[in-house]
Design a protein around this ligand. Structure first.
Ligand SMILES: Nc1ncnc2c1ncn2[C@@H]1O[C@H](COP(=O)(O)OP(=O)(O)OP(=O)(O)O)[C@@H](O)[C@H]1O
Length: 261
């Protein structure tokens, strides 16, 4: 499913959280949103999963404008793992993952065979099957994060919106998740702080700063020392990964952050 931000701006009072954003994401593409804290990444994503109504512009899913769709219809297409996703009730892992099926069920309708298959598949993909009967309250931060990703996958969406999904995940599970995203065939919109993981995972990267889109393109076009210096105020060198050919940044924590010496 194609996703398009069409002049999407968000203002609260006098503050512009997101200036008019134009971005077009093809079906099956992975778009990475990167940028400093407070640059508008979550705001841009919230407009897609409808936690926020844009002040200007429209988000399109294929040729349907989001405001013309019911919340239920868009929830069938778009699953989100957000920074405010919580699992604070005393539910088992299996119960939390099953909540992902809610947009596809009527009222208190029980899970059917296909629903159960999708939940089981989502739990396998996120390596939480062995936790199925545990209370989510007893999980570590990374285990809980994987359960929330499983819930989003169980929704069987066409578009997956992930806001910092690698938070709390150990290296193996970070790479496992990103590898899965590369092969899943869904349209993926993902906010990431780690520019190297973004470069390794995303087809295109959009760089936001103070609510503005300041760069946009394939990782080789975007991951650049000058951009890292101007946007993040950080000195970095770029090398090419010997196997994947993807640009990767190297940091020197002893260097002057502005890179002036
Ligand atoms: N309701 C609000 N009222 C005023 N300002 C807000 C509101 N919601 C968000 N902001 C501000 O909008 C800016 C953009 O926030 P957003 O969460 O989109 O940034 P982000 O790029 O996702 O940041 P981070 O990397 O820290 O998660 C921030 O400065 C934030 O404080």
């Amino acid at each position: 499913m194609r996703v398009r931000w069409d002049g999407v701006g968000v203002r609260v009072g006098d503050a512009t959280l997101l200036a008019e954003l134009d971005l077009d994401v093809a079906s099956g593409e992975i778009l990475g949103l990167v940028g400093p804290n407070g640059s508008g990444k979550s705001t841009a994503l919230r407009c897609v999963y409808r936690a926020l109504r844009p002040s200007t512009g429209v988000v399109w899913l294929d040729d349907l404008a989001l405001p013309t769709q019911s919340l239920l219809d868009s929830a069938r297409s778009v699953a989100a793992l957000t920074q405010d996703s919580h699992a604070e009730l005393d539910f088992t892992v299996a119960e939390v993952v099953a909540l992902g099926r809610a947009p596809h069920l009527r009222g208190n309708q029980a899970l059917g065979e296909r629903d159960q298959q999708l939940c089981a598949q989502a739990m396998r993909r996120t390596d939480v099957t062995h936790l199925a009967q545990r209370s989510v309250l007893t999980l570590s931060g990374g285990e809980r994060q994987r359960v929330l990703i499983a819930r989003a996958l169980a929704q069987d969406p066409k578009v997956l919106v992930l806001d910092e999904p690698t938070n709390h995940l150990d290296l193996r599970h970070q790479l496992g998740l990103l590898r899965f995203l590369r092969g899943c065939g869904l349209t993926v919109l993902i906010a990431l702080h780690d520019l190297n993981l973004a470069a390794a995972t995303c087809d295109r990267i959009a760089v936001l700063a103070r609510g503005q889109l300041v760069a946009h393109g394939q990782p080789v076009e975007v991951v650049d020392p000058e951009l890292v210096r101007t946007v993040f105020g950080t000195k970095a060198a770029v090398v090419t990964h010997p196997d994947s050919g993807v640009p990767q940044l190297l940091y020197d924590v002893t260097a002057n952050p502005e890179g002036t010496s």
